[in-house]
Ligand binder design. Structure first.
Ligand SMILES: Nc1ncnc2c1ncn2[C@@H]1O[C@H](COP(=O)(O)OP(=O)(O)O)[C@@H](O)[C@H]1O
Ligand SMILES: [Mg+2]
Length: 242
């Protein structure tokens, strides 16, 4: 994927810029965004996903400018996964997964179910699919939520701290699934605090600090040679007990 951000600014009130005139351009398959709380990670991700209009500036995906006013077209091309899985509690896993196909893409229930079953089988979720969210573990729910996001074959999958709300024992099964998707060629941008995942599974890493991209590099160099004092001290804090 080719990503270009051109003078991107965002502020919720006049006092403080949450994204501070971001200019960025690169081509990659998988990008991790890391940084301290309040640095603007979720705001940037929501803008990229068309869930929030920037105060000013432009976003180009594969050389096409995303028209934020035509966000419905863009929504059809992306998948979004949040920290909390956002599954409908009154629907089974399968019913949750087929919803975007039947509601947005006009699939029949039969065709949608067939497509969903292929995906569920691929990710070892078939047995869980007929259960309701409250009958599933946090890890299973998040994997169903990821399946729901990718069933529409999105050009870009955005994930905002997909493992932060999970009990630690479920983190790896969710990261494994995201990694499998990237290996298969899914474009992803993930906000994460899982440094091992950013390092090993993502091609590029971005450090967002106070609304600025303070560092950006291929993952190996990013972690081996942090350039700024901000990133150095952030990594020292995060990795202290790892
Ligand atoms: N809807 C909102 N209204 C007002 N301020 C917000 C809103 N969302 C986020 N902010 C503020 O924007 C800043 C960046 O938030 P966010 O993008 O969520 O950061 P991060 O995801 O890196 O923790 C924070 O100071 C936060 O309080
Ligand atoms: Mg956030």
């Amino acid at each position: 994927m080719h990503i270009k951000l051109d003078s991107l600014n965002h502020f919720f009130s006049d006092e403080k810029k949450v994204l501070n005139n971001i200019n960025f351009e690169d081509e990659c398959k998988s990008l991790a965004i890391i940084g301290p709380s309040g640095g603007g990670k979720s705001t940037l991700l929501r803008i990229l996903g068309g869930l929030l209009y920037p105060s000013s500036g432009d976003f180009y995906f594969n050389q096409n400018r995303i028209d934020f006013k035509e966000h419905n077209e863009w929504h059809k091309k992306i998948g979004f996964v949040f920290q909390s899985n956002g599954l409908f509690p009154h629907l089974t896993g399968l019913q949750n997964i087929i919803l975007p196909l039947t509601e947005v893409f006009n699939f029949t229930i039969l065709d949608a179910t067939k497509k969903a079953n292929e995906l569920l089988e691929r990710f070892g979720l078939l047995e869980d699919a007929h259960k309701y969210p409250h009958q599933l573990s946090g890890g299973q729910c998040q994997r169903i939520a990821i399946a729901r996001a990718v069933i529409v074959n999105p050009e870009l999958l955005l994930l905002d701290e997909p493992t932060s709300a999970l009990d630690p024992e479920y983190t790896s099964e969710v990261l494994d699934m995201i990694n499998e998707l990237t290996v298969e060629g899914q474009n992803i941008i993930v906000v994460t605090h899982e440094m091992g995942f950013a390092r090993l599974a993502c091609e590029r890493v971005m450090f967002l600090y106070n609304g600025n991209i303070v560092e950006y590099n291929c993952s190996e160099h990013f972690f081996n040679n942090p350039q700024s004092t901000e990133l150095t001290s952030f990594l020292a804090k995060i990795l202290e007990w790892n």
